[in-house]
Design a protein around this ligand. Structure first.
Ligand code: NAD
Length: 384
């Protein structure tokens, strides 16, 4: 079985879907691995390191994809007119494509029409058995870390209380909005840097998690928020009335913050606006907002996704997108292990091929297409 690893060509993508370490493990499974030349460079992995691991370094995408049975990707392959290479057209019919594929009906229809069996890892069910393949968790964790580090670097005072012979510098007030995987890592990182950390979330379980990391909880709670969590562990979309009350509580708190890190997402929707223009206006000059939710539009009304901007009252907003891609060596290492674990979980040792049983919960959750048909329950036409 030939596994192909391509260079990621989408904008601002420095990650790669296999590292020399995971390439070696794929070879140990009985695969041959073809890595497009330069695929790992932006993450610090040289062609020589892949070759040393036993992979073939292919001169271009076409050579890497020739006869490939499995393709590992970070982002969806480029289609016609999307870039200098039509990657989709080069993928052999019947190949298995595994990555973050942008799981919508149009993409799934394209994979089906090309006879590609596509597995969208962002749809992985968040069950215990799947934790080690969970790309959303591994990448969000690093995003939370990186956001705080970049926020601290942009902040012109520093996080810890500094007692010096020349006087005392107070600790920074750091507020984390959304305490999921990214937010909890952001809390831990801000605490390690010495900040005075508070956090908010709407899910009832989050309050104890915030406190257990040594941060204080700030938030509005009512009957509605007691059921703010879906069975899958995600936040639910709540009423306009709830958001208004939450905003009231948060507004008074934000005015006193030096660094605000926003991470709040509601699955399948645009990110909720938690920091309004008036709240930004209330912050001191030199304050920082780091918006990790900018890929989903942003949690701050003034975020320009992809940009660093400064408001008239001197508040800097880091609205960069693809936060995990800003720490590419670590993000690639974890992402690559997630994909390797997915494949090894379904690996048939005797056949030296994956056996992706359609009845398995993990397969059912991630499979977009099979044998030319769209099969994901959220995208396939309902059975008659
Ligand atoms: P996410 O990225 O979808 O959202 C980030 C956070 O934003 C969530 O905690 C959410 O509650 C919060 N949020 C949404 N709207 C908000 C609002 N208006 N104000 C404040 N916060 C708001 O979530 P996630 O980080 O992927 O994780 C969600 C949950 O799933 C967490 O409890 C996490 O521990 C759990 N999880 C479980 C597993 C597993 O394998 N069992 C794996 C990963 C995550």
């Amino acid at each position: 079985m030939r596994v192909a690893i391509l260079k990621e060509r989408r904008a601002c993508e420095a990650r790669v879907a296999a590292t020399p370490e995971t390439a070696k493990k794929l070879i140990a499974l009985g695969c041959t691995v073809a890595v497009e030349a330069g695929a790992g460079l932006a993450s610090g992995f040289t062609d020589a390191a892949y070759a040393e691991a036993g992979a073939e370094v292919a001169p271009d995408a076409a050579a890497a994809l020739a006869d490939a049975a499995i393709i590992f990707k970070v982002r969806a392959p480029l289609g016609t007119g999307e870039g200098e290479v039509d990657e989709l057209a080069l993928i052999p019919r019947g190949a298995i494509l595994i990555g973050t594929l942008g799981a919508d009906a149009a993409a799934a229809g394209t994979y089906a029409s090309l006879g590609i069996d596509a597995y969208a890892m962002e749809l992985l069910p968040r069950i215990t058995r799947a934790q080690s393949m969970d790309i959303l968790s591994s990448q969000a964790n690093l995003a939370g870390y990186r956001a705080v580090v970049e926020g601290a670097a942009a902040f012109d005072r520093g996080f810890p209380m500094l007692m010096t012979a020349a006087g005392t510098i107070p600790a920074a007030n750091v507020f984390i909005m959304g305490a999921g995987v990214a937010g909890l890592q952001a809390i831990a990182t801000a605490r390690r840097l010495g900040g005075r950390v508070s956090a908010t979330d709407v899910r009832p379980a989050a309050k104890e998690e915030i406190k257990s990391l040594g941060a204080s909880f700030v938030g509005y709670e009512d009957e509605e928020s007691k059921s703010a969590q879906t069975a899958g562990g995600y936040a639910k979309q709540l009423s306009a009335d709830f958001y208004a009350k939450q905003a009231e509580v948060v507004a008074a708190h934000i005015a006193k913050q030096d660094v605000v890190v926003t991470t709040a997402l509601v699955q399948g929707r645009k990110a909720p606006i938690l920091v309004t223009a008036a709240m930004v206006e209330s912050m001191k000059p030199g304050s920082i907002i780091v918006d990790i939710a900018s890929d989903a539009g942003g949690n701050c009304a003034l975020t320009t996704p992809g940009e660093r901007t400064t408001t008239d009252n001197g508040v800097t907003i880091l609205g960069y997108t693809n936060w995990p891609g800003r720490i590419p060596a670590a993000a690639s290492a974890l992402y690559a292990r997630n994909l390797l674990t997915f494949l090894t979980t379904f690996w048939d040792k005797e056949a030296k091929a994956p056996k992706l049983s359609p009845e398995d919960d993990i397969v059912k959750g991630t499979a977009l297409t099979r044998a030319g048909a769209v099969v994901h329950p959220s995208l396939a036409p309902a059975a008659a």
